[in-house]
Design a protein around this ligand. Structure first.
Ligand SMILES: Cc1ncc(C[n+]2csc(CCOP(=O)(O)OP(=O)(O)O)c2C)c(N)n1
Ligand SMILES: [Mg+2]
Length: 371
């Protein structure tokens, strides 16, 4: 007998081919109206436009940093549109498409990257937690939250589920593996949504794992699936199924959305230093937006007039985002004390008064502290 590791080909769940052909999947039926399909197309185009505007704003010095989602629109919009009003999402720092689907205003995300907010984010407002930069930490937050949902008795039909977003690199973090184990043994109603763009900055997939990432789940005792992350229909259908599975009290699922981010890691990164150009060219042919456009055009569910209207709306959104970003107010120095406790607190009041005195010591400073 020899010692070997099973190496079967991973199964990729795909409903929409790169040419825009719809293929039924026996396990993931999806019955969308033409209007719903057009809605997904519109979401992806608008999110891409918002994202490209944010990159430009960073280049113009209006943002400190931006983490682009270019190429990940289908993974994010598909999974984001699968969420129900009572579900809760725990993002990393790149889920602009999910935020869009949850109704988070683009300017709220820009404020984070412009450095003009002291926090004060309300997760309940849109069922969307604050962006998390600490890689993998939100998988634990999501699992703990899901265990809370379970203890509140909110699991069951009509109940709520939790989704946590993270990248391929995050699967190497202890936090993520602890979250997988906690979620499994507690049967927590959480979906782990890994966008595998095949890179963690300059570290390629083969530096993260010896097995396809979705297979990690079986070692923890829950299902793992690999979905074509550039296929908005597959992302939607599989995430819907996994959320329902969680709501019904059947525990966690790992979804690996296999994709490719065509943009840089962030605006401070230059991927030409570590990625070969041919890889990008190959993935451009699998573009999530052009494949849905090809589908809509082929079936007659979208015509030139519709595509032109979405493009025009995207241009207006770009303009709006630019203006909103530039007019975001800078916080005043004393504002930082407002975001510490919900109720007044003697210790904070004292610090605030001390800092106000300090600011007032500058010549010409106003009562609120000059800047
Ligand atoms: C705990 C921790 N370690 C390191 C970093 C620095 N860091 C920022 S992004 C990143 C790569 C993450 O890659 P991945 O999880 O694949 O997400 P992607 O950015 O590709 O979506 C690293 C190592 C961090 N933010 N947090
Ligand atoms: Mg990655």
């Amino acid at each position: 007998m020899s010692i070997t590791t099973a190496q079967e080909e991973p199964e990729l769940i795909q409903l929409l081919t790169p040419d825009g052909e719809l293929r039924e999947h026996p396990d993931y039926p999806l019955d969308l109206t033409a209007a719903e399909k057009r809605g997904l197309y519109r979401d992806m185009v608008l999110v891409r436009r918002f994202d490209s505007e944010a990159v430009s704003l960073q280049r113009h010095g209006e943002l400190g940093l931006w983490a682009s989602l270019l190429g990940q629109e289908a993974a994010q919009v598909g999974s984001g549109r699968a969420l129900g009003a009572d579900d809760m999402a725990f993002p990393s720092y790149r889920e602009h498409g999910v935020a869009w689907c949850r109704g988070v205003a683009p300017k709220s995300l820009l404020a984070l990257f412009r450095g003009v907010t002291n926090g004060g984010w309300s997760p309940d407002e849109h069922g969307f937690h604050l962006y998390t930069i600490v890689i993998g930490a939100q998988t634990l937050h999501a699992t703990g939250y899901a265990m809370g949902v379970q203890r509140d008795g909110a699991v069951g039909d009509g109940g709520s589920a939790v989704i946590s977003y993270f990248g391929d690199g995050a699967t190497s973090q202890g936090d993520t593996n602890e979250a997988f184990n906690f979620a499994a043994v507690n049967n927590a109603p959480v979906v782990f949504f890994c966008q595998n763009n095949q890179w963690a900055i300059s570290e390629s997939n083969d530096r993260q794992t010896r097995v396809p990432l979705y297979r990690r789940a079986s070692g923890f005792g829950f299902p793992g699936l690999r979905v074509d992350g550039n296929d908005v229909f597959a992302s939607l259908a599989v995430t819907r199924a996994a959320l329902q599975h969680a709501r019904e009290g059947q525990g966690p699922t790992l979804i690996e959305a296999f994709t490719y981010r065509m943009g840089a890691h962030t605006t401070t990164d230059d991927p030409t230093r570590y990625r070969i150009a041919a890889e990008l060219e190959e993935w451009k042919l699998k573009d999530p937006i052009s494949r849905l456009r090809a589908h809509l055009a082929g079936t007659g569910e979208g015509d030139e007039e519709f595509f032109a209207a979405v493009d025009a709306e995207a241009e207006r959104l770009g303009e709006q985002v630019r203006q909103e970003c530039r007019s975001l107010p800078d916080p005043q120095p004393l504002d930082i004390f407002h975001e510490v406790y919900a109720e007044p607190h003697a210790h904070i009041d004292r610090q605030r008064a001390e800092f106000a005195d300090y600011l007032a010591s500058f010549e010409g400073a106003g009562a609120e502290g000059g800047r």
